[in-house]
Design a binder for this molecule. Structure first.
Ligand SMILES: [Zn+2]
Length: 350
């Protein structure tokens, strides 16, 4: 069983310091992509998509780099160009899972790519390699600043038809404590950065005579620290975003990677949404995921993106985000300057 205290302790460490529980370094035997990439992914070679073969490069890509001063630089475009359609009433609220028709045993694996203003986080290529090797679907919630610091990996995720991306704020602002104006630019800058990468992806596809990527706008949002509230949800829904949380916390449990994978497999139900990270915080999520995928398959589960679950069923909604019990994430409200983002200028406006 994944305990609340262990989960919070692990997430706290990871978010605050970029440390990792790192329960044993994993074997380097996660399958690389066997077949030639297809569709927009063909812009890259299998080696460019996979974890770098050079061990030092692979390690560097997973490293968390603390910055000497917060990076408060704006993206090249400050607001998205493409408008979002009105969010249907049925998708209002904080979505924790999706109720599916009987017999539909799909679950959504979701991976956050958090990055605050005070550091540059990693990219866990081993994890993405494992997903691709199993042909698993996944949803990635990307911080806007993470997309800017990892443009090539961001575009590779966008180009993969098994995956979808959603918005995770620019620098991981805690929406429960940030003022309205702060929330708005955290949202807009991230959607704008996504559009810039999508433009670049489509430019490269056109240059190769390939069809455009057909990617829609960001319309899913994940609350940093899981913190929101009724007003925040109204704001996000009003902007056209469905707020996607989780019913299964996939990290922070006890035991080795196999035991923690088993705990996730035991916890999921049809329509579950599983919280994980793909920014190498914690370090051994790839090991857990590699073990989780066959366990899910053995129990008859298939993977789906969050959007696919939403299209197939009825969201189970709550009023506020939390990890496993309502209110268990309020500890984050006073933890970091700049409403959780680390931005020092913002603290003065508080
Ligand atoms: Zn996050």
């Amino acid at each position: 069983m994944i305990t609340r205290s262990a989960t919070l302790a692990a997430l706290l460490l990871c978010v605050a310091f970029g440390l990792s529980p790192a329960l044993g370094a994993g074997p380097d035997n996660i399958s690389r992509i066997a077949s030639a990439p297809s569709g927009p992914l063909a812009l890259w070679t299998p080696d460019q998509l996979a974890e770098p073969r050079n061990a030092a490069q692979a390690k560097a890509e997973r490293s968390i780099r603390q910055l000497a001063a917060p990076d408060n630089n704006a993206p090249a475009r400050l607001a998205p160009v493409e408008p979002l359609p009105t969010l249907p009433e049925a998708r209002h609220g904080v979505i924790r899972r999706v109720l599916l028709s009987s017999g539909d045993k799909r679950v959504a694996l979701t991976f956050d790519l958090c990055e605050r203003s005070v550091h540059v986080t990693g990219y866990d290529a081993r994890l993405v390699d494992a997903l691709r090797a199993a042909n698993a679907k996944a949803t990635f919630f990307a911080g806007g600043k993470w997309l800017r610091s990892h443009p090539e990996r961001g575009m590779q995720l966008m180009a993969d038809r098994r995956f979808e991306l959603g918005n995770h704020a620019w620098t991981h602002a805690n929406m429960a404590v940030a003022p309205a104006e702060f929330r708005k630019w955290q949202l807009d800058w991230t959607s704008a950065q996504y559009e810039l990468l999508r433009d670049e992806l489509n430019r490269r596809l056109a240059a190769r005579g390939m069809a455009a990527s057909n990617l829609g706008p960001f319309n899913l949002f994940r609350l940093p620290f899981g913190r929101g509230g009724a007003e925040v949800t109204r704001f996000l829904n009003g902007q056209g975003f469905a707020v996607i949380q989780w019913d299964v916390v996939g990290e922070g449990g006890t035991g080795n990677a196999q035991a923690r994978a088993q705990a996730i497999a035991d916890a999921v139900r049809p329509g579950s949404i599983v919280l994980l990270h793909a920014n190498a915080m914690p370090k051994d999520t790839a090991e857990v995921v590699r073990r989780l995928l066959p366990l899910l398959a053995r129990k008859g589960y298939a993977t789906a993106t969050v959007s696919e679950l939403l299209a197939a069923g009825r969201p189970e909604v709550v009023e506020d985000g939390y990890f496993t019990l309502p209110g268990d994430n309020r500890i984050y409200d006073d933890m970091f300057a700049g409403y959780g983002s680390g931005e020092r200028r913002a603290a003065g406006r508080k």
